[in-house]
Ligand binder design. Sequence first.
Ligand SMILES: *Cc1c(COP(=O)(O)O)cnc(C)c1O
Length: 422
Amino acid sequence: MKIETKCIQEGYKPKNGEPRVLPIYQSTTFKYDSSDYMGKLFDLEADGFFYTRLANPTVDCVEKKIASLEGGVGAMLTSSGQAATLIAVMTIAKAGDHIIYSSTVYGGTFNLLGVTLMKFGLDVTFVDPDLELEELQKYVRPETKAVLGETIANPALNVLDIEKFAKLAHNNELPLIVDNTFATPVLCRPIEFGADIVTHSTSKYMDGHAVSLGGVIVDSGNFIWDGNKNFPDFNTPDESYHGKAYARDFGKSAFIIKARAQIMRDLGSTPSPMNAFLLNLGLETLHLRMPRHSSNALKVAQYLEKNDNVSWINYPGLPSSKYKKLVDKYLPYGASGVISFGVKGGREACTKFLDSLKLAAIVTHVADARTCALHPASTTHRQLTDEQLIEGGISPDLVRLSVGIENVDDIIADLDQALKNI
Ligand SMILES: *Cc1c(COP(=O)(O)O)cnc(C)c1O
């Protein structure tokens, strides 16, 4: 099946006489005829549901759809994108370990790893993703457990050289984890370029309508955990889970089963069946929305590039972008819908511009059907110092614009009147 067909048909496959549309199994628990059968479920020896914290039939169908879209062997939905990042990291690393993340990281991920998990003893180094492979190698330590980056960084919008990061990871027998939120599998499938694990905030384009918070972790099944000396936790029995050794007992699905059976079991960052249902509705039109977001954003970027009140523009899809080569390689069907640009006159002009918008709304959220705008330096990233802002690719005059799927002429007209109003 092609990606468009998968968006519609994968996941829920009703049998004779069953509902045509994915049902919402709003039940925390599931009934069995014998304790013996239920025992097999707990031993992961039989398939079935027992408690919605670990798995639920509605959630399960959406997981299968996303695994298929990304080309993985399995997926797990989480209650938010933050939970997806947290669980992906916790499945691999613990106190005393170290991970490498691209410095153009999403603000929430920066706090999670660089502040909160640091307090729990996990060390993280943020590296300039544009460095050469030999330079990046210098940051790898004996206790490094994973390399992470974002396909299109939020909000810095630089494009990750996924193959370079995969080489860095694999040369050191480490997995590469890619946050693919902004690209979605419609525009880029990182597993095809060597990513081992893919995460998303499904709250963005996948849901697409700004109605349900969520995240997902997809396992490519390609990373060899078995016998890898960097990962004793995959190769020794987990006494907290019936003595299972994940690499030995679950083969290609070792990572995603460990993520669920161990970390999700303990954290309980589970999505609700209702949210999974809403996410599924969003996924059914993802293949229609992403090309429109991308073509609208390109036209808006071309308009802004010529506007006198705009000091600089960053949209990876522009022919003038320094990421043009990487876009041609990784994002040939479009560079998604988010643009950032500088408004001449700094902070004050930015505020005036935002307050003058009529169609585009000021919201924290990005990546849904409606055009919206944000000034990160005064809102989402206000806890970062100017130095950290610039290191993360965000200048104080940066406006982030999430281009929706309205008629692009209306979007440009709104921006035009607001820029004239500064
Ligand atoms: C929004 C976002 C997250 C966090 O997701 P939530 O669903 O808001 O928890 C993580 N990574 C990226 C790239 C994001 O844009």
